[in-house]
Write a protein that binds this ligand. Structure first.
Ligand SMILES: CC(C)(COP(=O)(O)OP(=O)(O)OC[C@H]1O[C@@H](n2cnc3c(N)ncnc32)[C@H](O)[C@@H]1OP(=O)(O)O)[C@@H](O)C(=O)NCCC(=O)NCCS
Length: 148
């Protein structure tokens, strides 16, 4: 049910993105990520061939960074984000990454719970990180297996 995101998924991904985020990525942003960014890896979660969730990460040498994660509101609370994040972690481990990081709005307690559940820890606060409302972000990290 989890597959690599392709250009064909982008119509649905962009619809979800607009629903889920106040500062949403546009089609051109995803097109760049899928086709021109050599560090990016994006996955979709499909049910009956329909995109209901997606995740992105950048794999830069020993570091992995989650760039986005979203699940269709109709399908939330069913473990889909957990599966997507576990998939991204596994993928980064296979690429010998040593650490995974992400930023999350300090008010986003649902996402915070998810990240803590999967072993991420808050290591810093990035003041005024979000451009739309100047909200702070928690920087969270999780150690990975690396070459060990
Ligand atoms: C955050 C988001 C991706 C979670 O997706 P989801 O598929 O509903 O998450 P899951 O069902 O896998 O739940 C994972 C964990 O999140 C937490 N969680 C989920 N729903 C919650 C709720 N309503 N209240 C509190 N915690 C909640 C729990 O810790 C849960 O684990 P548990 O069920 O074992 O207790 C989804 O809410 C979403 O798309 N939000 C909008 C976009 C967003 O904020 N993305 C993250 C940006 S950093």
């Amino acid at each position: 049910m989890i597959e690599k995101m392709t250009n064909d998924d982008l119509q649905y991904v962009c619809q979800l993105e607009e629903k889920l985020f106040t500062s949403s990525w546009k089609l051109k942003d995803f097109l760049y990520e899928l086709n021109d960014n050599p560090f990016s890896c994006y996955f979709v979660y499909k049910i009956n061939n329909k995109v209901v969730g997606y995740i992105g990460e950048w794999i830069t040498f020993e570091q992995a960074q989650i760039t986005t994660l979203g699940v269709d509101p109709k399908y939330q609370g069913q473990g889909i984000a957990t599966s997507l994040l576990e998939h991204a972690i596994l993928f980064a481990n296979q690429k010998q990454c040593e650490i995974m990081s992400l930023e999350v709005r300090v008010s986003n307690y649902v996402a915070l719970n998810l990240y803590k559940k999967l072993g991420f820890e808050i290591v810093n606060i990035r003041k005024g990180y979000y451009q739309d409302n100047h909200e702070d972000a928690y920087l969270m990290i999780k150690p990975l297996g690396g070459n060990l």
